[in-house]
Design a protein around this ligand. Sequence first.
Ligand code: OSB
Ligand code: MG
Length: 370
Amino acid sequence: MTITNIALLKVEIPMVTSFTTSFGTVTRKPTVIVKIETKEGLLGYGESAALPFPMYKPETTDTCMIVLKEYIAPLVLHRDIKNPEELMSILSVIKGHNFAKTGIETAFWMAYSLKMKRPLTSLLQGTQKQIGVGESIGIHKTREETYEEIRLRIEQGFQRIKLKIKPNWDVQLVKGVRETFGDIDLMVDGNSAYTLEDIDIFKKLDSYNLTMIEQPLADDDIVDHAVLQKHIKTPVCLDESILSVEDARRAISIGACKIINIKPGRVGGMLESKKIHDLCQKEGIGVWCGGMLETGIGRAFNIAASSLPNYIYPADMSPVEFFYKDDLVSPSFTVDSHGFVTVPQTPGLGFEVDEKKLKRYTFEKVELTK
Ligand code: OSB
Ligand code: MG
């Protein structure tokens, strides 16, 4: 396949609610949509779903735009690229910038899937026809407000509840949730807000039968996580710390986690997600798909990746309308009353991109043809 045209679209759909984590509040979520055209007339859409600020990982929406324009596009335009493996080998000269890489990688996967006339799930060797979904509950002003959202999400059928935590918004919260909601599938996500000095907090959390504790310690650490894991029986799950299959191998080899959250965006795309999945399957480490508040375009790839067999925990895959006034695909995916999303079985994205909406929410556009 030869890419003849790349459009980088900075898109912003108004949010209907903000999302607060230990690192800050997301009130606006611009995103980068990458649209490619190939010589044979195939279209591909991908998404670089970094946050607008460098508080989750170093990348931002704007760094994705720059890296895609200045470094990625010149490497891939007008070059005959056989498959995603070859694309990623070309991009491997660029260090880091995984969200930027994911934008072009996912667009390429979509076009490739159309060319092969096979759905993404089948190209990846996915086996699951539906994906179990949980809900990630941001930090609220009060515990009562948090309980109200949990009540609603359980009623709607979401299969597990993930609580965002930070120092002084952790043990009491979890205790209250257990007292109010009993034995629900419950986990917490610290987004790197703690250090090993907080070990007593994790020993306390350890008695609440949490399914996992996600990324409690530094975003670039695995050593301290390994120490923590030795002191608690609750599985440690790594998010921010895992950027590649090599990271996953190292983390597993020192016992830094028992579970990995794979976000295609964070690891550089679907191919690396699959590699991490395959390694974890071999090592007996269960995985699940996290999210970056993607639009329906990014979510489509998350759904396809989640169809692999070792995705054994519910995904962070709340419907797009929970966070945004609108979506870029229509219809958007839905979560049924038992908390399942159906995996599309058609070649391409599996969802219809609405060009009118894409245009309406685009506020910056860079066209590259070389
Ligand atoms: O740590 O999983 C995270 C959103 C933005 C940044 C980091 C995280 C999250 C979420 C939301 O938890 C997951 C979603 O996309 O629904
Ligand atoms: Mg996380």
